[in-house]
Design a protein. Structure first.
Length: 237
């Protein structure tokens, strides 16, 4: 996989340098923090011209003069997440979140807040690809991601491990500010167009609604994740 841009590469060098296979720096690029982190990790850059870096980079990538070849993303095991040592992470189960930009933004937000993990299905979902890594800006180093065959089964596994399962709905749920926040918690977010699938919605023990006193639109799923995660952090910390 390719990782590109100063911030994503810098965070990978700081958090997980062993996954970096090769580093490329465009000639005359000003990236002192990245160079310093590479030296501290014992890695060297290959100096290349602009045309050569463009040839190496993914199509239409905005590299900022920095490119890394990294190992394929390693997904976590669901069983390890739900049985982690205390305090166990809050899980976000993403149902049909197919836009890699949204998945990347969610990882970035959850990384900033800490003690979160993400679960995605193998089908009808964005995978952790190069676009996700770029948008996450290093968040993938701090938020474990599990990939499962069935989210409904995942919710049952989480329940058996002591988790409460909540879900975000547009209507009929408890407003965030009024909700009781049991722990540990798994939160299901559905697609913006169709919401949470009916088969998965049956497993919810708590329904949450984001307040929208303004226009009757819907929140982008990454925005909804950020609002809910912030409230969880505020209430459970």
């Amino acid at each position: 996989m390719h990782l590109y841009g100063k911030r994503p590469v810098l965070e990978r060098l700081k958090a997980n340098p062993k996954t970096v296979r090769a580093l490329y720096l465009q000639q005359q690029t000003d990236a002192p923090e990245v160079v310093r982190a590479a030296k501290e990790a014992g890695l060297r850059f290959v100096s290349v011209g602009k045309a050569e870096l463009a040839r190496l980079a993914p199509r239409e990538a905005h590299t900022q003069g920095v490119l890394a070849e990294v190992e394929e993303f390693r997904y976590a095991a669901l069983e390890e997440l739900v049985r982690a040592v205390e305090p166990r992470p809050t899980l976000f189960l993403l149902d049909r979140v197919t836009d890699p930009q949204n998945l990347g933004a969610i990882l970035r937000t959850l990384a900033c807040l800490g003690r979160f993990a993400v679960v995605i299905p193998r089908h009808d979902s964005a995978a952790v690809n190069e676009t996700v890594l770029r948008v996450a800006c290093g968040g993938e180093n701090f938020v474990p991601v599990a990939r499962v065959t069935n989210l409904a089964h995942c919710s049952e596994v989480a329940k058996k491990a002591g988790y409460w399962v909540a879900g975000a709905v547009t209507e009929g749920g408890t407003p965030l500010a009024q909700a009781d926040w049991p722990a540990p918690l798994a939160v299901v977010l559905g697609s913006e167009g169709e919401g949470i699938r009916e088969g998965l919605a049956k497993h919810l023990e708590l329904k949450l609604t984001l307040p929208m006193p303004g226009a009757t639109l819907s929140f982008n799923v990454a925005t909804a994740a950020a609002l809910i995660a912030y409230e969880i952090t505020r209430r459970l910390s």
